[in-house]
Design a protein around this ligand. Structure first.
Ligand code: NDP
Length: 316
């Protein structure tokens, strides 16, 4: 356990590809990094099936396995990895301070933010209720799809995540209704092809979710066709949401600049934020690419930037 006012040279917040890559580089540079994993250790790849586009894995790799490997590699160089949620930060002094789990204070000469992004929800009351009571609403097909084996489910979204999750569910479920609000998918062509050609997936273009039906357990979904204004109900036992993510950056808003969604600003071609000694990597600052490999790349950049910063301020 951390002691009160423990001080480190380099504190990394977050444990996705960006955080662990920053840790590997920082540890090998003898910065003795301390990494806090956050509420979703391993980040978004923990809820991904096969990662086929990370170089070095010609056959693809399972997301959780990949994150286990990232963690092991960071541990091999003695990164101090701890479970804990950073609940507050104070970047007003040269030495930065963070509070973990509302009780432990850590000070750090450099900080690498790699807090990633979290799933978005539609915001319907019925969705929230049936999500919070475990009644069949989920943002993670890989985590929860198994429970709907041999059943019919619905999934909202038209991006790569939605296509990936729909394809996954289609292997387990008898039917997957894919609810897309436009008349086309946003996903890459290869992902589109996979869902459009899958006989277990029924596309519901131009449809919006009005209500998730069911008292304690999902029994169906009420939909509105936004072209014809017709309402329909589909009978399903599971309701999956895959409509993008929001960066986990609100705790930094007093000190750092961000766009309207919450993606943190940094200097061009650098991971430097406007606060000296605070660097940002991964999806927390990337609204454009949001890939594991780009997150890992910026994690590396952040560690190199932090190392140079420590040298500049005379900390070895
Ligand atoms: P995206 O932002 O790409 O897509 C979100 C989807 O959800 C869009 O179809 C959007 O519709 C829809 N949507 C958003 N809000 C609502 C709403 N309120 N009601 C209904 N539908 C809604 O997010 P993803 O998570 O799919 O992908 C994020 C990034 O990660 C992308 O860059 C993607 O390429 C990448 N990715 C890559 C993968 C891979 O290559 N294997 C796998 C997963 C993600 P609309 O189009 O109408 O805005």
């Amino acid at each position: 356990m951390a002691e009160e006012n423990e001080h480190v040279k380099c504190l990394i917040i977050g444990s996705g590809p960006a955080g662990y890559t920053a840790a590997v580089y920082a540890a090998r540079a003898d910065m003795k990094p301390l990494l806090y994993q956050g509420p979703e250790p391993g980040g978004q790849l923990m809820i991904t099936t096969d990662v086929e586009n990370y170089p070095g894995y010609p056959e693809g790799i399972n997301g959780p396995k990949m994150m286990e490997d990232f963690k092991k590699q960071a541990e091999r160089f003695d990164t101090d990895i701890r479970y804990g949620l950073v609940t507050a930060v104070d970047f007003s002094n040269k030495v930065h301070s963070v509070t973990v789990d509302d009780k432990t204070t850590i000070t750090a000469d450099s900080i690498i933010i790699s807090t990633g992004a979290s799933a978005n929800w539609l915001g319907l009351d019925s969705e929230t209720r049936l999500r919070d009571n475990g009644g069949g609403v989920s943002a993670c097909a890989v985590c929860d799809g198994f429970f709907y084996k041999g059943q019919d489910v619905a999934l909202v979204g038209g991006g790569d995540s939605a296509c990936e999750e729909a394809s996954y569910l289609a292997k387990l479920c008898t039917k997957v209704y894919m609810i897309v609000r436009k008349d086309h998918l946003r996903a890459s062509k290869i992902m589109q092809k996979r869902v459009l050609e899958n006989p277990n997936i029924e596309m519901m273009f131009n449809h919006q979710t009005v209500e998730v039906l069911g008292d304690d357990q999902v029994t169906g979904v009420k939909l509105l066709n936004n072209k014809t204004n017709e309402e329909t109900t589909i009978d399903v036992t599971g309701f999956f949401v895959a409509i993008g993510h929001t960066p986990n950056t609100q705790i930094f808003k007093e000190y750092l600049d961000m766009d309207e969604v919450g993606y943190l600003d940094h200097e061009p071609d650098s991971t430097k934020t406007k606060v000296p000694g605070v660097f940002v990597s991964g999806d927390a600052s990337d609204s454009e690419y949001r890939q594991a490999v780009t997150a890992a790349g910026t994690g590396c950049m952040a560690a190199l930037d932090a190392e140079r910063y420590l040298t500049e301020i005379g900390i070895h």
